[in-house]
Design a protein around this ligand. Structure first.
Ligand SMILES: Nc1ncnc2c1ncn2[C@@H]1O[C@H](COP(=O)(O)OP(=O)(O)OP(=O)(O)O)[C@@H](O)[C@H]1O
Length: 266
């Protein structure tokens, strides 16, 4: 069996007093794109941050490329996984190009010097995200969607086999949502894990899904993980979101919509 790029063994993640993920065992291979789906506050970000090595698990282990995550030196980890957070707090007057170039630091030579190739890669990724024209602009002046696309460009310029993105399409208009989907779907030799609120974007660009279901009667978290078509069904999505969801096939693609009489459960 080939070594999975990311594995978890009996992983437990907590936030404050709440256990959000319990005993999760997952194998993610190159070429797979996993959508993390579930209602607000279910634990998608917490799990992604734990997989990125930014939060310690409450139990169990994460391995990246066969190596235990806590034992990976910072620079090695930065060459293995990229992390694109949901929020960006820009304090300094950096240009969009500076922000993307920063993600090339794991490859910098002595004294932190970057090579001309790094700028080429950074500019290519800005172009891929349709923000090349903003390369010299202060990131603090960018719109929400523009800033989000610069952040995705930075994550991809890091050129890691594992890419973790927290709601990368949250601020994007529909054409740019679809463009990001196409871009991620084209990363055949990498593994991508992303949280989403739009099930239909997951349908377009992901191969697998991890769905947070309501806790069991014992209060324990329940997750369903597997190939997209097995996880994303009317019944499972209705259960996860607590509102009836209907499948609709359009142009050969399955979509999910809330039922006409759907309302949030009290
Ligand atoms: N440090 C903390 N202390 C206490 N509770 C926390 C902490 N961090 C997160 N939480 C809680 O853990 C839960 C999961 O948060 P998380 O951000 O992982 O959810 P999410 O699924 O990504 O939500 P959303 O879809 O709204 O982005 C939330 O209820 C949040 O309030």
């Amino acid at each position: 069996m080939t070594t999975a790029l990311l594995t978890t063994h009996q992983l437990t993640a907590r936030a404050g007093q709440r256990t959000l993920v319990q005993d999760l065992s997952l194998r993610v291979q190159r070429g797979e794109r996993w959508a993390f789906l579930g209602p607000n506050g279910c634990g998608k970000t917490t799990l992604l941050r734990t997989l990125a090595g930014l939060l310690d698990p409450a139990g169990g282990e994460v391995h990246i490329d066969g190596q235990p995550l806590p034992r990976l030196p910072t620079r090695t980890l930065a060459r293995l996984r990229a992390w694109c957070p949901q929020h960006h707090q820009d304090v300094f007057a950096l240009t969009a190009l500076d922000v993307v170039l920063a993600s090339r630091q794991p490859y910098a030579g002595r004294f932190g010097w970057l090579a001309p190739d790094d700028e080429r890669i950074a500019r290519e990724q800005l172009a891929a995200l349709d923000v090349a024209h903003l390369a010299e602009q202060d990131v603090r002046s960018l719109s929400g969607g523009e800033r989000q696309r610069v952040a995705i460009a930075a994550a991809l310029a890091q050129a890691t086999p594992l890419v973790l993105l927290d709601e990368p399409t949250a601020h994007l208009d529909v054409p740019h949502q679809l463009a990001v989907c196409r871009l991620l779907a084209g990363l055949a030799d990498r593994a991508v894990l992303l949280s989403l609120h739009d099930v239909n974007l997951a349908q377009r660009c992901c191969t697998h899904a991890l769905l947070f279901l309501p806790p069991g009667t014992n209060g324990q978290p329940r997750l369903l993980a597997g190939p997209l078509a097995e996880v994303l069904t009317e019944a499972r999505l209705s259960e996860a979101y607590g509102c009836p969801m209907r499948a609709l096939d359009v142009d050969g693609l399955r979509h999910f919509l809330p039922a006409a009489d759907a309302s949030l459960k009290a």
